[in-house]
Design a protein around this ligand. Sequence first.
Ligand code: NAP
Length: 278
Amino acid sequence: MKFYLLGKSLKHSISPLIHSYFYNKLNINATYSNLEIADESLIADFIQKFKIDEESLGFNITIPYKENILNFVNEISEDVSIIGASNCVYKKDNKLVAENTDWIGFIKGIEHKNIDFINKTILLIGAGGASRSIIYALHKLKVKKVILTNRTYENALKFVEIYKNFIDIEPIKWHNFYKKPIDIIINTTPIGMGEFIDISPLDSIPNNVQFVFDAIYNPYETKLIKLAKEMNIDYLNGLHMLIYQAAESYKYWLNISIPDNVMNQAFEYAKIYLYKSV
Ligand code: NAP
């Protein structure tokens, strides 16, 4: 069996490591390969080969093709029709179906924390693919309101336009301090990793915030998470979300659930690999 990850730049991806770990633990005879695709025009080539290769059963999609991939599949799930992005494609009766496992990855990730999202006001930072999945999860979690801020305000407005009938959502300008109480902060921008490792998307965290989630998983503690820690606010980085979205793909690809003990071991394994000394 063959599975793939499609994206533009995959050098730092730990997905093959996580999937290979699942194969080892569950005795699955499969490969998981990174496929770097330089631009959208090359997706069609891959799809053509994928469709006729009987051993190829599914693939994940990452930045920047989570939205474009919808142009190449035969069906989209109900979740994907609302989210507008897919990170998981599988074959069904010779057709390609687009699913989304990022949103459930987020929900399962935060289940590791005892945080109640019901009726909470969320500050969501970023309006890209990760935010699309997370807004769907926030709807499922029955939050009260989402305050959305994004570097490019026009993109925040477009995002709000898409989801305004689905969830109570209000755009605010980048770095405009929100005056009303916020319960939970979620960062879905790359601010805190790579070239932005020494920056936080917020200079400070309002006092009444109960929980901070950063979708970044490397470094272990972003600047934003360090701020939360200093204020004794509970927090979580994106590693659980990453591992759960990977595991959830197997429900569609092979109709199997990865057992909890393997999930926990995969998390520890990835943690040692990524953070060494933590
Ligand atoms: P994306 O679709 O490219 O969206 C990126 C978002 O970040 C946009 O809102 C963009 O704002 C903003 N942004 C980019 N550069 C910025 C900068 N220099 N300053 C301020 N804002 C900036 O990417 P994505 O798929 O949403 O991924 C975003 C982050 O989430 C990445 O760090 C990724 O690693 C992480 N992620 C984690 C998981 C997980 O499983 N843990 C899953 C998905 C993503 P503009 O509109 O202004 O461009």
